[in-house]
Design a binder for this molecule. Sequence first.
Ligand code: IMP
Ligand code: MG
Length: 182
Amino acid sequence: MINDIEKVYYSSEELHDITAKLGKKISEDYKDKNLLLVSILKGSVIFMADLMREITVPCEIDFMCVSSYENKTNNNSGVVKIVKDLDINVEGYDILLVEDILDSGRTLNYVRSLLEDRHPASIRICTLLDKPERRVVDLYADYSGAEVPDAFVVGYGLDYAQKYRNLPYIGVLKEEIYSKGE
Ligand code: IMP
Ligand code: MG
């Protein structure tokens, strides 16, 4: 696996620091709120597990599984499929969407408008990584861990064709790996 990585972007120590900083800020902002962390599966699973342990105010968690990429490195179609919906009725909750990476923004734009129709008290977005150059819809993250340039990154939950999620760091995949699958 390690031979497929061109360069490490964020080590596990750096990811820990990023997550701790986000958790602290979220804990301040959600002191008197009814916080529901919604993890967008599968990519955010490691980030969610680390982030929730850095949050010091009461919260609940739920999971939504969406799929859009089907082994490609972009989502030009804009089609987002809800593979697993939430269990909780979100009415009155302060939802924080927990995402691995904001790319075109289409996935979260879709999820956010879907959840808005269910009358939560508020919805905000927390993303570990942001690729602002790639945005095609008008969407921003309320909490963002780090910006990455326009390159395909894997590890710490992020996949390419469902692999590499178990790498403990975030790295750039060698182009020869994903150019085969395009
Ligand atoms: P968006 O709808 O284009 O914003 O895409 C968001 C989703 O695309 C993320 O939740 C990831 O699953 C996936 N994605 C976007 N960029 C990358 C990347 O560099 N590596 C791995 N997955 C990515
Ligand atoms: Mg993915």
